[in-house]
Ligand binder design. Structure first.
Ligand code: SF4
Ligand code: SF4
Length: 356
């Protein structure tokens, strides 16, 4: 199916990434400005200390379609692996309760790699084996690393040996997502996070078993979208999301920063910017009016939580998050409305639960 979708688009491999930068405005992103950190830190914002909980509990009582107890049971369960397995995105080898049958030293020397393109094929096979739907490789552009870690706010200074980034994509299931903005659609997003925890952890261990460094991250550590563009997975859309030829913006992302010698992929161009100039479906579907309807993209915006310096349509993360609070769960309207997602028109919760 993914291959058929690729064939549908006129995909050009290009030598230089498809985004445009204003170097004067570009700065490494400060994690204090991430919307989820500002909820706890920014007393001057109306979203300070707001959460989805209050409305979610009201929703459950009201038994509204897509927001019932059973719908929220699904979404909370879908977060399980991501929320429970805190070691999944650990920066060191994951500790085992018992020694491996190979002992505790066998993986420590580096495997000699003569052919990085052959290693890249092995790596991509392993990524898909562990559950990724998409995988791309780029030389690490350090402009895309955050200034500091999202939880500890410690500076991020990867060693010089960390030369590559592997970006992984996970398809988000179209039927459930089409119920957006319900708790069922929220379950699809949550499942993407749990899948990414499993796959990213296993692939990082694979790299460490070859004697190389692997630093896995979900939304933390660096800007996933430009890294994914560098790795040839897609282009940036008006909705501020990665648009892939296979699934449009219907993908969750994670990444691994590594010293493993690999062959980078080329970025791709399949005409997303041109389409976004005229389409605007995501902006029209957004109940929070958080997405720009402007014809021209810009290099900067007033939005505190956006990284500045890239030519794009800026998305107002504050309005978006406050809509999630008003809604009682997150939202995927700007994903399902995108023609690249190829989702069915609005699916009801009843239809979702019936389709086994
Ligand atoms: S997630 Fe929903 S509220 Fe946020 S930008 Fe997209 S459509 Fe708007
Ligand atoms: S909905 Fe249209 S404007 Fe928005 S990202 Fe998709 S193609 Fe671009």
């Amino acid at each position: 199916m993914a291959e058929e979708r690729r064939k549908f688009h006129n995909i050009q491999k290009v030598d230089i990434h498809t985004y445009k930068i204003n170097k004067k405005k570009l700065k490494r992103f400060d994690s204090h400005l991430m919307i989820f950190n500002r909820i706890l830190l920014d007393e001057n914002w109306s979203g300070y200390k707001r959460s989805e909980r209050e409305k979610a509990l009201k929703n459950i009582k009201s038994k509204a379609e897509g927001y019932s107890r059973i719908d929220y049971a699904l979404s909370e369960a879908a977060w399980t692996l991501h929320d429970v397995w805190l070691d999944a995105f650990k920066q060191d080898r994951i500790s085992r309760p018992q020694e491996s049958i190979l002992g505790s030293d066998w993986y420590k020397d580096e495997l000699k790699i003569k052919d990085s393109s052959k290693m890249s094929i092995n790596l991509k096979k392993a990524a898909k084996f562990f559950g990724a739907d998409l995988v791309g490789i780029a030389k690490l552009n350090r402009d895309w690393l955050f200034k500091n870690w999202g939880y500890s706010f410690e500076p991020i200074n990867f060693k010089k040996t960390i030369k590559n980034v592997i970006v992984l994509g996970y398809e988000m299931e179209e039927i459930g997502l089409s119920t957006s903005p319900t708790a069922i659609a929220g379950s699809v997003t949550a499942l993407g996070y749990s899948r990414s925890a499993f796959t990213t952890a296993c692939l990082s261990e694979f790299i460490r078993n070859l004697g190389y460094e692997a630093y896995p991250a979900c939304n933390d550590a660096g800007l996933s979208i430009p890294l994914a563009i560098d790795a040839g997975l897609g282009q940036l859309g008006r909705n501020g999301l990665l648009i892939t030829p296979e699934y449009g913006p219907r993908v969750q992302l994670s990444k691994i920063f590594t010293s493993l010698p690999l062959e980078p992929d080329k970025p791709i161009d399949f005409g997303v910017e041109k389409t976004c100039r005229i389409c605007r479906r995501c902006a029209k579907s957004c109940k929070a009016n958080a997405i720009s309807l402007d014809e021209e993209p810009t290099y900067s915006s007033d939005y505190k939580s956006s990284s500045q310096g890239t030519l794009k349509w800026y998305v107002d993360g504050e309005k978006c998050y406050e809509f999630w609070c008003d809604n009682g769960t997150d939202c995927s309207d700007c994903i399902v409305s995108c023609p690249y997602s190829a989702t069915p028109v609005h699916v009801t919760s009843e239809e979702f639960w019936k389709k086994i």
